[in-house]
Design a binder for this molecule. Structure first.
Ligand SMILES: Cc1cc2nc3c(=O)[nH]c(=O)nc-3n(C[C@H](O)[C@H](O)[C@H](O)COP(=O)(O)OP(=O)(O)OC[C@H]3O[C@@H](n4cnc5c(N)ncnc54)[C@H](O)[C@@H]3O)c2cc1C
Ligand SMILES: *[C@@H]1O[C@H](CO)[C@@H](O)[C@H](O)[C@H]1NC(C)=O
Ligand SMILES: *[C@@H]1O[C@H](CO)[C@@H](O)[C@H](O)[C@H]1NC(C)=O
Ligand SMILES: *[C@@H]1O[C@H](CO)[C@@H](O)[C@H](O)[C@H]1NC(C)=O
Length: 465
């Protein structure tokens, strides 16, 4: 821990040294040329910023690696790479329903139709994104099959290099502003357990799970009880020959079928199965690691001046603005938040680029950031937690509104998030059978909807105007 803080101190020194050394020219360009903004990724976040930039008349283009917008919410039956060799970033699977109330996920001023289930399916959420793209006419601003490879600072602009995968060509273009919205679930984390090479079965990550069909009648081991682990447990327990679930979550485990076996953490692989920490062994055919994801920004060049890891990027003002080069911004680096935060960050960025508010000086932003870091330290937290917003979420919304005039998110969303997170672990099989409604920005009501197939309905008309 001591070394981590020393490290921040070292960074502090070098930032102070170099910010006062360098002049940013792109934030207030003297040149008459219209500044051009390049956005990486056309998922929920990239679309959000595109909407606000369009509304504010910003000159921009969104560069999307795949052939479609929608990011995590678009189901793709392929595993690995697409037809042009570009990684498939989407992790969604058949029968997925949101694990959070849609009210926490809606774009500001663009609600789902009232009769939409509170926990819509992934296909319904994708339909919602389609109707959003249509409503704000964003399609012409999205350049598909454009896989961003590197973003380098070049004195007064960014050199932005991408592979146009369907042409097999690389392009480098100048961008005055860069918005990084490449997603939070990019790199998969795999557990390190001895003996993986002797295991004769299949080991995969939940990122490549597409639906239950491939696991019918199989002996399956699920590793982990995060959002994916719990969800797959409910999807697979009724179709597998047996479902072994290795995790250490303390929750109200539902009545799974008798073929469901709870186990502690893994100890070692055998050719035909796995030994667990309690010394017991289970034969399995396939292991699905629901062990989560990390941030990944392989395109970030050193010249961006940031320290990026799987859990944080620093130093960022408001978890958004690269303090070293304020013409580079991020959506989605704040952790333990709801999707509405991504929308608020998008509005902040569009307003920044449109010149609707001014950032503090770089020195001032660094001071504010360091104050945040010292507060973390006082709370006995580590530097890896630097981007956690968590229980400060409503204050964070308020801060974005205060600094940038971002439309204020209803404070009750934090309460809804917290209730949902708890209740999910109390009634895993039925927590989605409730409908929620905001009665005003501070209150909501919820009621049981009777369960059944109600959750699969999706009353979205993509043609709506
Ligand atoms: C399985 C799963 C279920 C989830 N369920 C929920 C839920 O129920 N509720 C909730 O609130 N959140 C959920 N999430 C979180 C989800 O990530 C957010 O809801 C939201 O999709 C984030 O949007 P995004 O645009 O930031 O990222 P993404 O949706 O991941 O979009 C990123 C986009 O960037 C593109 N891209 C990536 N790298 C590059 C590159 N180098 N060049 C060009 N383009 C690139 C990708 O192709 C993608 O289109 C879930 C996530 C997963 C993985
Ligand atoms: C494009 O750039 C990528 C990444 O740097 C490289 O691997 C690839 O070979 C390049 N392709 C062409 C056609 O130059
Ligand atoms: C498994 O199927 C039974 C009978 O259809 C059902 O009652 C139960 O809820 C299912 N369990 C899960 C975890 O889905
Ligand atoms: C909100 O702003 C105040 C004042 O700058 C700051 O102390 C606080 O850490 C910020 N809170 C969040 C969650 O960003």
């Amino acid at each position: 821990m001591a070394t981590l803080w020393t490290c921040v101190f070292v960074l502090f020194n070098c930032y102070v040294f170099s910010v006062s050394d360098e002049v940013e020219t792109t934030i207030s360009p003297d040149t008459p040329r219209i500044p051009f903004t390049c956005v990486i990724g056309a998922g929920y976040s990239g679309l959000a910023v595109a909407r606000y930039m369009k509304e504010l008349g910003v000159n921009f283009r969104v560069f999307e690696a795949s052939g479609n917008f929608g990011g995590q919410w678009r189901f793709d039956p392929k595993v690995g790479n697409d037809e042009y060799g570009v990684p498939i970033f989407t992790s969604t699977y058949k029968n997925l329903r949101t694990n959070t109330p849609r009210q926490t996920m809606e774009y500001s001023g663009f609600p789902f139709p009232d009769s939409t289930p509170t926990y819509p399916t992934n296909t319904c959420f994708y339909k919602y994104l389609k109707s959003f793209v249509k409503q704000f006419q964003l399609l012409d601003n999205i350049q598909m099959h454009s896989y961003v490879r590197s973003v380098k600072w070049a004195k007064n602009h960014w050199d932005f290099t991408y592979t146009k995968s369907d042409e097999g060509k690389n392009y480098t273009i100048p961008c005055d502003f860069v918005v990084i919205a490449n997603g939070q679930y990019v790199a998969t984390k795999m557990p390190k357990v001895p003996g993986q090479n002797v295991f004769k079965g299949k080991i995969m990550h939940s990122h490549d799970y597409k639906g239950p069909d491939a696991f019918v009648g199989k002996k399956v081991l699920l590793v982990g009880a995060g959002a994916s682990g719990l969800d797959l447990a409910t999807h697979l327990s009724n179709v597998t020959e047996k479902l072994v679930h290795s995790h250490h979550l303390n929750y109200n485990q539902p009545d799974f079928p008798k073929t469901y076996i709870k186990k502690p953490d893994m100890k070692t692989f055998l050719p035909n199965g796995v030994v667990f920490q309690d010394g017991t062994m289970e034969e399995v055919d396939v292991v699905i690691c629901c062990t989560g994801y990390e941030y990944s920004h392989p395109f970030l060049d050193k010249s961006a001046g940031l320290t990026a890891s799987g859990k944080f990027v620093l130093p960022l003002h408001q978890h958004i603005v690269n303090i070293r080069h304020p013409s580079m911004t991020f959506i989605g680096m704040a952790r333990v938040i709801i999707n509405r935060v991504l929308d608020a960050q998008a509005e902040y960025i569009a307003r920044l680029i449109a010149g609707m508010f001014k950032l503090p000086s770089q020195e001032e932003m660094l001071k504010i950031w360091l104050q945040h870091v010292y507060t973390l330290q006082d709370m006995n937290k580590k530097i890896v937690d630097v981007n956690i917003v968590g229980d400060q979420m409503d204050q964070y919304f308020a801060n974005l509104t205060q600094e940038a005039g971002v439309s204020r998110a209803p404070p009750v969303l934090t309460e809804i998030r917290d209730f949902n997170a708890k209740y999910r672990l109390v009634d895993l099989l039925n927590y989605r059978d409730y409908e929620y409604e905001l009665t005003d920005p501070f209150h909501y009501r919820k009621w049981y909807n009777g369960g059944g197939t109600k959750g699969s309905q999706c009353p979205i008309d993509i043609e709506r105007k």
